[in-house]
Design a protein around this ligand. Structure first.
Ligand SMILES: *Cc1c(COP(=O)(O)O)cnc(C)c1O
Length: 242
């Protein structure tokens, strides 16, 4: 980041281009672009870049490590230009890090097991707070991905949602990399699973967190309401496809 002004203008131009693509993808699917929120995944940049991104219009950020989330919140606390910003926890969460995250992350996207949900629940109850969470589902079935299997979600979602101290707002998934067809199947699978769970349980599950830099347009076409964008927001070397 040799030149703060040109990086800030890059952030603003890139943001406009990304949001334009979101709007076009939504229109292709007959959706209203206002149904789709984009968060800027700031895991590869420092607090200074987060502040510039906020000034460029991003207001929700995603971090995948609890320590980084805490570090950025502390570094930016009291910064007037960060008013109204939020940080979400999007990455793998270990039980011994839960206390760092609850009360700080606005939304935990990565509740990947019933055990983790129970642990978050008990810690929130002890602190007298309620955490908004998403259930991470391994829709693609890749062995390298974490998350509940779709069947575990079918059998477990209602019990998890009934736990005190957490509010289950929806589902999250990650698609296989570099395979647009597999990504589409993954995102449509998430949408269908959410519909099935709504029918089965009466849970509203309004939020579907899916889509990253390489596949957010497909995700929007398939019903995503929350896309998580890292490289395409912050990386000047990242070329948007097409
Ligand atoms: C890093 C990360 C992202 C953003 O990925 P990009 O490809 O850089 O957009 C989204 N979600 C999760 C869980 C991540 O870890």
């Amino acid at each position: 980041m040799s030149d703060v002004f040109s990086y800030e203008s890059f952030l603003g131009e890139r943001r406009r281009e990304v949001l334009e693509r979101v709007a076009r993808a939504a229109a292709r699917a007959g959706r209203d672009a206002s149904e789709v929120e984009a968060i800027a995944v700031s895991k590869t940049v420092g607090p200074e870049e987060v502040l510039l991104a906020k000034r460029a219009g991003w207001s929700a950020f995603g971090e995948n490590r609890p320590q980084e989330l805490v570090r950025k919140l502390e570094a930016l606390s009291g910064e007037p230009d960060m008013a109204g910003a939020r940080f979400d926890m999007i990455g793998n969460l270990q039980k011994n890090k839960i206390n760092q995250v609850i009360g700080r992350a606005a939304l935990i996207h990565s509740v990947s097991s019933a055990h983790l949900a129970e642990a978050i629940s008990s810690r929130c109850v002890a602190r007298g707070i309620v955490a908004d969470v998403l259930l991470e589902v391994n829709v693609s079935g890749e062995a390298t991905k974490s998350g509940l299997s779709p069947d575990e979600a079918r059998t477990g979602a209602e019990g998890i949602a009934a736990l005190p101290g957490i509010r289950v707002l929806g589902l999250m998934t990650m698609a296989p990399a570099r395979d647009a067809d597999a990504a589409r199947r993954t995102f449509s699978g998430l949408r269908e699973l959410a519909a099935e769970l709504r029918g089965r349980t009466g849970l509203a599950l309004p939020t579907l967190s899916c889509g990253m830099s390489d596949d957010f347009e497909v995700a929007v076409e398939e019903g995503s309401t929350l896309i998580r964008l890292g490289r395409c927001v912050f990386d000047q070397g990242y070329a948007l496809s097409r």
